[in-house]
Design a protein around this ligand. Structure first.
Ligand SMILES: [Zn+2]
Length: 178
Protein backbone atom coordinates (compact mmCIF):
# COMPACT_ATOMS: atom_id res chain seq x y z
CA UNK A 1 0.00 0.00 0.00
CA UNK A 2 1.22 3.49 -0.85
CA UNK A 3 1.60 5.87 2.09
CA UNK A 4 2.13 9.63 1.93
CA UNK A 5 3.07 11.71 4.95
CA UNK A 6 1.72 15.27 4.85
CA UNK A 7 3.36 18.21 6.55
CA UNK A 8 1.64 21.28 7.99
CA UNK A 9 0.02 23.83 5.68
CA UNK A 10 2.52 25.15 3.16
CA UNK A 11 1.78 28.24 1.06
CA UNK A 12 2.02 27.85 -2.72
CA UNK A 13 1.77 30.32 -5.57
CA UNK A 14 -1.31 29.40 -7.63
CA UNK A 15 0.32 31.12 -10.61
CA UNK A 16 3.20 28.67 -10.66
CA UNK A 17 1.61 25.52 -9.19
CA UNK A 18 0.41 23.36 -12.11
CA UNK A 19 -2.60 22.39 -9.98
CA UNK A 20 -3.39 26.06 -9.27
CA UNK A 21 -3.13 25.53 -5.54
CA UNK A 22 -2.54 28.31 -3.01
CA UNK A 23 -1.45 25.80 -0.36
CA UNK A 24 -0.97 22.13 0.38
CA UNK A 25 -0.48 20.11 3.56
CA UNK A 26 -2.76 19.36 6.45
CA UNK A 27 -4.35 21.13 9.39
CA UNK A 28 -6.87 19.96 11.97
CA UNK A 29 -10.45 20.13 10.75
CA UNK A 30 -9.89 19.58 7.05
CA UNK A 31 -12.44 17.29 5.40
CA UNK A 32 -11.24 14.17 3.63
CA UNK A 33 -12.28 15.69 0.28
CA UNK A 34 -10.20 18.81 1.02
CA UNK A 35 -7.18 16.73 1.95
CA UNK A 36 -7.58 14.77 -1.27
CA UNK A 37 -8.05 17.79 -3.53
CA UNK A 38 -4.99 19.70 -2.39
CA UNK A 39 -2.64 16.80 -1.62
CA UNK A 40 -3.24 14.24 -4.38
CA UNK A 41 -0.41 15.86 -6.35
CA UNK A 42 2.34 16.57 -7.19
CA UNK A 43 4.55 13.77 -5.95
CA UNK A 44 7.72 12.01 -7.03
CA UNK A 45 6.23 8.54 -7.55
CA UNK A 46 8.28 5.65 -8.90
CA UNK A 47 7.00 2.67 -10.83
CA UNK A 48 6.17 0.87 -7.63
CA UNK A 49 3.26 3.28 -7.14
CA UNK A 50 1.68 1.94 -10.34
CA UNK A 51 1.26 -1.46 -8.70
CA UNK A 52 -0.60 -0.08 -5.69
CA UNK A 53 -4.36 -0.05 -5.38
CA UNK A 54 -4.71 2.15 -2.28
CA UNK A 55 -2.98 5.21 -0.85
CA UNK A 56 -3.12 6.46 2.72
CA UNK A 57 -2.38 10.07 3.69
CA UNK A 58 -1.08 10.62 7.21
CA UNK A 59 -0.46 13.77 9.20
CA UNK A 60 0.34 14.33 12.85
CA UNK A 61 0.97 10.60 13.35
CA UNK A 62 -2.51 9.54 12.26
CA UNK A 63 -4.03 8.41 8.98
CA UNK A 64 -6.36 11.16 7.75
CA UNK A 65 -7.46 9.87 4.36
CA UNK A 66 -7.65 6.64 2.35
CA UNK A 67 -8.07 6.64 -1.43
CA UNK A 68 -8.55 3.86 -3.98
CA UNK A 69 -6.26 4.76 -6.88
CA UNK A 70 -7.70 4.74 -10.40
CA UNK A 71 -4.77 6.41 -12.21
CA UNK A 72 -1.51 8.25 -11.63
CA UNK A 73 -0.95 10.95 -14.22
CA UNK A 74 0.20 14.53 -14.74
CA UNK A 75 -1.55 17.25 -12.77
CA UNK A 76 -3.57 18.15 -15.89
CA UNK A 77 -4.99 14.60 -15.78
CA UNK A 78 -4.06 13.94 -19.40
CA UNK A 79 -0.31 13.65 -19.76
CA UNK A 80 1.80 10.91 -18.20
CA UNK A 81 3.64 13.28 -15.86
CA UNK A 82 4.40 16.95 -15.30
CA UNK A 83 7.42 18.54 -16.97
CA UNK A 84 9.41 18.09 -13.78
CA UNK A 85 8.49 14.38 -13.60
CA UNK A 86 6.01 14.72 -10.77
CA UNK A 87 2.72 12.86 -10.83
CA UNK A 88 -0.74 13.25 -9.37
CA UNK A 89 -3.09 10.61 -8.00
CA UNK A 90 -6.63 10.16 -9.27
CA UNK A 91 -9.01 8.01 -7.30
CA UNK A 92 -11.98 7.62 -5.02
CA UNK A 93 -11.99 8.88 -1.43
CA UNK A 94 -12.91 5.86 0.70
CA UNK A 95 -15.59 6.22 3.34
CA UNK A 96 -16.88 4.33 6.37
CA UNK A 97 -17.62 0.72 5.56
CA UNK A 98 -14.62 0.22 3.28
CA UNK A 99 -12.09 -2.05 5.03
CA UNK A 100 -9.10 0.13 4.12
CA UNK A 101 -10.84 3.22 5.48
CA UNK A 102 -12.06 1.51 8.62
CA UNK A 103 -8.71 -0.16 9.35
CA UNK A 104 -6.60 2.96 8.97
CA UNK A 105 -8.39 6.33 8.95
CA UNK A 106 -8.31 7.83 12.44
CA UNK A 107 -5.73 5.28 13.58
CA UNK A 108 -1.99 5.55 14.07
CA UNK A 109 0.05 5.89 10.91
CA UNK A 110 1.47 2.53 9.77
CA UNK A 111 4.67 4.32 8.69
CA UNK A 112 6.60 6.66 10.97
CA UNK A 113 10.10 8.04 11.16
CA UNK A 114 10.55 8.07 7.39
CA UNK A 115 12.06 11.32 6.08
CA UNK A 116 10.72 10.71 2.59
CA UNK A 117 7.00 11.56 2.40
CA UNK A 118 6.49 8.63 0.01
CA UNK A 119 6.63 5.14 1.46
CA UNK A 120 5.13 1.70 0.98
CA UNK A 121 4.02 -0.97 3.39
CA UNK A 122 2.60 -4.48 3.07
CA UNK A 123 -1.05 -4.90 3.95
CA UNK A 124 -3.33 -7.94 3.82
CA UNK A 125 -5.97 -5.54 2.49
CA UNK A 126 -4.01 -5.32 -0.76
CA UNK A 127 -4.59 -8.94 -1.70
CA UNK A 128 -7.75 -9.62 -3.63
CA UNK A 129 -9.16 -12.64 -5.35
CA UNK A 130 -10.85 -13.08 -8.71
CA UNK A 131 -14.47 -11.94 -9.00
CA UNK A 132 -15.51 -15.29 -10.53
CA UNK A 133 -15.05 -16.99 -7.19
CA UNK A 134 -12.13 -19.23 -8.24
CA UNK A 135 -10.09 -18.00 -5.28
CA UNK A 136 -7.02 -17.01 -7.32
CA UNK A 137 -5.34 -13.66 -6.55
CA UNK A 138 -5.78 -10.93 -9.20
CA UNK A 139 -3.33 -8.22 -10.31
CA UNK A 140 -3.78 -4.74 -8.90
CA UNK A 141 -6.72 -2.75 -10.32
CA UNK A 142 -8.17 -5.84 -11.99
CA UNK A 143 -11.38 -7.56 -10.96
CA UNK A 144 -10.85 -10.87 -12.79
CA UNK A 145 -8.05 -13.08 -14.03
CA UNK A 146 -7.82 -13.00 -17.84
CA UNK A 147 -10.82 -14.82 -19.32
CA UNK A 148 -12.49 -15.55 -15.99
CA UNK A 149 -15.12 -12.84 -16.49
CA UNK A 150 -16.12 -14.43 -19.81
CA UNK A 151 -16.20 -17.86 -18.26
CA UNK A 152 -18.38 -16.65 -15.40
CA UNK A 153 -20.84 -15.08 -17.85
CA UNK A 154 -21.00 -18.18 -20.06
CA UNK A 155 -21.54 -20.47 -17.09
CA UNK A 156 -24.60 -18.42 -16.24
CA UNK A 157 -25.86 -18.43 -19.81
CA UNK A 158 -25.51 -22.24 -19.88
CA UNK A 159 -27.66 -22.52 -16.76
CA UNK A 160 -30.52 -20.89 -18.68
CA UNK A 161 -29.87 -22.73 -21.95
CA UNK A 162 -28.73 -21.32 -25.31
CA UNK A 163 -27.71 -17.69 -25.81
CA UNK A 164 -31.18 -17.07 -27.29
CA UNK A 165 -32.82 -18.69 -24.27
CA UNK A 166 -30.68 -16.47 -22.07
CA UNK A 167 -31.59 -13.26 -23.90
CA UNK A 168 -35.30 -14.05 -23.72
CA UNK A 169 -35.05 -14.92 -20.07
CA UNK A 170 -32.94 -11.85 -19.29
CA UNK A 171 -35.21 -9.36 -21.07
CA UNK A 172 -38.29 -10.81 -19.37
CA UNK A 173 -36.65 -10.83 -15.92
CA UNK A 174 -35.22 -7.34 -16.41
CA UNK A 175 -38.61 -5.93 -17.48
CA UNK A 176 -40.32 -7.54 -14.49
CA UNK A 177 -37.72 -6.23 -12.07
CA UNK A 178 -38.16 -2.59 -13.13
ZN1 LIG B 1 -11.43 -16.55 -11.50
Amino acid sequence: MLHITLGPINQLDPETCPMGRSYNGWREGMSEEQIYNINRGRWVLGERADRERYVLFSAGGQVRLAVEISAIRASNGRDERDDDGRRTLQGTVLTCGHPVHDTHVGHNSPVTGNRNPISYFDSPLDSRTCGCGCGEPVPVRRDFLAGHDQRAIHERIAKVGSVTDFLVWFDKTWAEAR
